[in-house]
Design a protein around this ligand. Structure first.
Ligand code: ADP
Ligand code: MG
Length: 238
């Protein structure tokens, strides 16, 4: 059950967010070319929702996820994640923010997984990385059971399908109560059945109280999202 009152909170608040990349021309003023990867984007994401970030390749989805994950900073505009003004944090503070506030990225492919380790070991490792105290192993087993991944607890990730690996990666990103889980095309490399199980797992995590922003082309995920936001050439068009 979704914790009461969470839906009043905003996990993301973007106002006029712009990210401009300058390519080449380093050191010689004005000679570089510019890419406006994001232009004046406003976005509010309430807690406890699954938001699909749609749009064609090159529209700015990964750029926006990197800003939400405090991996990068906007060129201009205001950006709060879990109530923290991440646009003004320095590199070190952003690293601390990512770790402490457990804003997590679910990568594609599940390349944060340690493939020689089992499903459980990966989830436990993520808990330790976040500084989780107490019985991390029991918490990991609870999560794996909730996500119907019990059968994979003792199996090395190298011996799982892509969809199973993505679901273990999702479990790893949920341990330690992430403020928001950010996923960049988590079903992009999967077959249809794998994509459907990952979409169902994302939906299940949200039903249990997680907040998730997922960049995707996948109609499976758009179908289970609470909200769809579309980007085109760096602008929000929906
Ligand atoms: P999407 O994830 O929707 O495919 P991206 O956010 O990766 O789009 O890219 C948006 C735009 O910004 C594209 O035009 C891309 O070429 C450009 N871009 C992305 N990252 C960089 C970078 N590090 N330097 C320069 N341009 C970039
Ligand atoms: Mg991308």
């Amino acid at each position: 059950m979704r914790p009461v009152g969470r839906s009043d909170q905003l996990v993301v608040e973007c106002s006029g967010v712009t990210r401009r990349y300058v390519i080449g021309g380093r050191g010689s003023a004005g000679s570089g070319s510019e890419v406006l990867a994001l232009q004046d984007v406003d976005l509010e994401v309430p807690a406890g929702l699954l938001l699909a970030l749609a749009g064609p390749s090159g529209s700015g989805k990964s750029t926006l996820l990197a800003l939400l994950g405090a991996l990068d900073r906007p060129t201009s505009g205001a950006l709060r994640v879990d109530g923290v003004d991440v646009a003004t944090l320095g590199r070190r503070e952003r690293r601390a923010f990512r770790r402490r506030r457990a804003v997590s990225m679910l990568p594609l492919p599940a390349d944060n997984l340690l493939l020689d380790l089992t499903g459980r070991e990966n989830v436990v490792a993520a808990g330790h990385h976040r500084g989780l105290l107490g019985d991390v192993r029991s918490r990991a087993d609870e999560l794996l059971a909730e996500m119907e991944l019990d059968a994979f607890a003792d199996r090395p990730c190298a011996l799982m399908s892509g969809g199973e690996q993505q679901r273990i990666a999702l479990a790893a990103s949920l341990i330690g109560s992430s403020a928001v889980v950010l996923a960049d095309e988590p079903t992009g490399a999967l077959d249809r059945a794998g994509a459907a199980t990952v979409a169902a797992a994302l939906r299940g995590a949200v039903e249990r109280g997680a907040s998730i922003v997922v960049a995707t082309h996948d109609p499976n995920i758009e179908a289970v999202a609470d909200m769809v936001v579309r980007l085109d050439h760096g602008r929000r068009v929906l």
